[in-house]
Design a protein around this ligand. Structure first.
Ligand code: MG
Length: 305
């Protein structure tokens, strides 16, 4: 079996997770900063953001890429809620929105105690319907990925939007720049990337893990799960076995649930985010600087309870 230079194996367990003959495919190029991939199995398409170009793009197998929404209000990370609706972070409006089935946009969160959020970056939905998102300052640092403005919140936090009351609560705030986030398959853990080193070299470039407590209403025991050795962690996803697939400067890094680096998928541009998709959920879609890539894997994205 010949080695495939797209894979870097750090632990033998990685061999069970990739397909040796699978190649990295560039599906599209032409973004300024591609981010936020989210798969719609029912529609057979992938949506992703091109943040500085104010676009959400749609990729269809065999049909290429078209514009889904423009202007996008500098949309960044996306996910889907329990009903399958698109939930998006927008730098421009400093808010998290939901796109209804009829296409109208509902604001889920844009301020707390009268103060605006910084610039919501990435988002996940818990099986109880609560919406969890990160709120770093990237989208208000300049006019490139949003509108330059001052921070109003006291900290850069992970927030939880309660599905019943609509109230917004800080779940954790011990970050320089909270970024990608993902639950473990059993939702007992939440992983959060701190990409602070993107603008301050000595700052964190690690993934933290928290225990999810109080029936999904709080976090405890935050600790470092893994440190990224090339660049910073941005978006990430978890597979069915609980392995954590993180973005990094040299590609996608795959960590076992115990934090061991299993291996890497090397990508020629800086990776911002990723999502499992395709009809079998075994295809990894990767946004990386100007391009959208994909590669088939030997695992599948987590199907949470
Ligand atoms: Mg991000």
């Amino acid at each position: 079996m010949a080695d495939n230079p797209v894979y870097e194996i750090h632990d033998p367990r990685f061999r069970d997770l990739f397909v040796i003959s699978a190649e990295l495919e560039e599906l599209y190029s032409g973004c300024r900063w591609a981010e936020g991939p989210v798969w719609f199995d029912d529609a057979g398409h992938l949506l992703f953001s091109d943040i500085p170009n104010q676009r959400i793009l749609r990729w269809v197998e065999g049909g290429g890429v078209s514009v889904f929404r423009s202007p996008s209000n500098f949309a960044n990370g996306h996910t889907r809620d329990r009903q399958g609706r698109l939930v998006s972070c927008e730098h421009g409006g400093r808010r998290v929105t939901r796109t209804e089935v009829d296409g109208t946009i509902t604001v889920l969160a844009d301020r707390h105690d009268g103060k605006r959020l910084n610039s919501p970056n990435d988002v996940v939905v818990h099986s109880d319907g609560s919406v969890w998102f990160s709120d770093p300052s990237y989208g208000i640092m300049s006019d490139y990925e949003g509108y330059k403005a001052d921070e109003e919140q006291e900290s850069r936090s992970i927030w939880r939007l309660d599905p019943g009351t609509g109230s917004l609560s800080v779940m954790a705030s011990d970050f320089l720049q909270p970024n990608g986030l993902a639950f473990s398959p059993d939702e007992r853990r939440l992983y959060v990337a701190d990409s602070g080193a993107s603008h301050a070299p000595e700052a964190p470039r690690h993934i933290l893990v928290f225990d999810v407590a109080e029936g999904g209403r709080s976090l405890s025991k935050g600790r470092v799960f893994a440190t990224i050795d090339k660049g910073v962690p941005d978006g990430m996803r978890v597979d069915m076995a609980g392995n954590v697939w993180s973005s990094a400067a040299d590609g996608v890094h795959c960590f076992a649930p115990d934090g061991t680096l299993l291996g890497k998928i090397l990508v020629p541009q800086v990776v911002s985010n990723l999502a499992f998709g395709g009809p079998r959920r075994n295809r990894l879609f990767i946004t990386a600087t100007k391009s959208l890539y994909s590669i088939y894997t030997a695992t599948t994205g987590a199907q949470r309870p």
